[in-house]
Design a protein around this ligand. Structure first.
Ligand code: G3D
Ligand code: MG
Length: 170
């Protein structure tokens, strides 16, 4: 079986849970005491995807960038060569959803044909939810992306969300 390798960027505002989602998916654990990353971190996760009656081994190379200053300076080189991106917002902070369209546009400009999945993260914080499903759905429709309410803390929909993107970019 051949392994196909694809670059995937994590995009979203500060503290929405990008690093936590990658950690959960790659190591299947959530660390509440996680310290902010510095610079770019690339994590690799192999997934097996069935398509057209066959099976494909996909190595997802997950790029995660720390800090907004870092992002402004490195945006183009960070995004170059990406087949797709996980657009992450914090479902307890309305404004983090609005920014996702800009991230998607910027990445599409550099990589036409790139595909997206939208993660409305922190769905475990039930009392603090600010996003209605209809709002997330509307934002996702604009960028032609499937969407999930996720929790890096409980693991809710994390696996499913990454696999969904994996199938889209193959
Ligand atoms: P970022 O990489 O997008 O900047 P992080 O975000 O992954 O560093 O997460 C930012 C903060 O949100 C962290 O808290 C982290 O533990 C928390 N977090 C991430 N995902 C979830 C989630 O699904 N649920 C809850 N409840 N918290 C989450 P600290 O306090 O370490 O800064
Ligand atoms: Mg981070």
């Amino acid at each position: 079986m051949t392994t196909i390798s694809k670059k995937i960027c994590l995009l979203g505002d500060f503290a929405v849970g990008k690093t936590s989602l990658v950690r959960r998916f790659v190591q299947d654990l959530f660390d509440d005491t996680y310290i902010s990353t510095i610079g770019v971190k690339v994590s690799r996760k192999e997934v097996t995807i069935s398509q057209n009656g066959g099976v494909v081994e996909l190595a997802m190379m997950l790029w995660d960038l720390a800090g907004s200053e870092e992002f402004d300076r490195m945006q183009a080189s960070y995004m170059r060569g990406a087949s797709g991106a996980v657009l992450v917002c914090d479902s307890t902070r309305q404004e983090t959803l609005d920014r996702l369209r800009t991230y998607a546009n910027d990445l599409s400009k550099i990589n036409p044909g790139a595909r997206f999945v939208l993660a409305a993260n922190k769905c475990d914080l039930v009392e603090q939810q600010e996003l209605a499903p209809a709002q997330v759905e509307a934002a996702a429709a604009e960028i032609d992306a499937p969407w999930h309410f996720t929790s890096a803390k409980t693991g809710d929909a994390v696996e499913e969300m990454f696999h969904r993107l994996g199938r889209l970019i193959l």
